[in-house]
Every structure is written in C-alpha cells, then in structure tokens.
Design a protein around this ligand. Structure first.
Ligand SMILES: [Zn+2]
Length: 64
C-alpha cells in the first residue's frame, strides 16, 4: 500500500506541475481560462469552444 501512496503523491506533483501557471508554453483561453484546444491563430488565444460561441461576432463563420 505504501508504494501506491507514493505513486499517488507523484501523480499529484505531476498534476500540479502541469496545471501550474508557470511556463511560457502554457496558453490559456482568455475567455474561460482552459488550456485545452486553445487557438492561437490570428492572435485569438481563445479555445475552440469559445470560438464557436463568440466566433460569429468576431467575423468567423462556419461553412454551411
Ligand atoms: Zn474558452
């Protein structure tokens, strides 16, 4: 059981490392703050979900 606990602690450390705000490579959605699916193209820095929501007001339209 001790080994399992060690592993969990290591995972928590890893999670903290990856979710910490340090690092130049971490891009966040300026709207909702997620780091997943963030689109940096055109200097948007918003995630694909927010792009779908506010994309129309920014001039982006989906193909019909
Ligand atoms: Zn977003």
């Amino acid at each position: 059981m001790a080994k399992k606990k060690e592993k969990n602690e290591a995972e928590i450390k890893l999670k903290k490392f990856f979710t910490s705000k340090k690092g130049k490579g971490l891009r966040r959605c300026v709207r909702c703050g997620t780091t997943k699916g963030v689109i940096r193209k055109y200097g948007l820095n918003i995630c694909r979900r927010c792009l779908r929501e506010i994309g129309e007001s920014l001039g982006f339209y989906k193909h019909q």
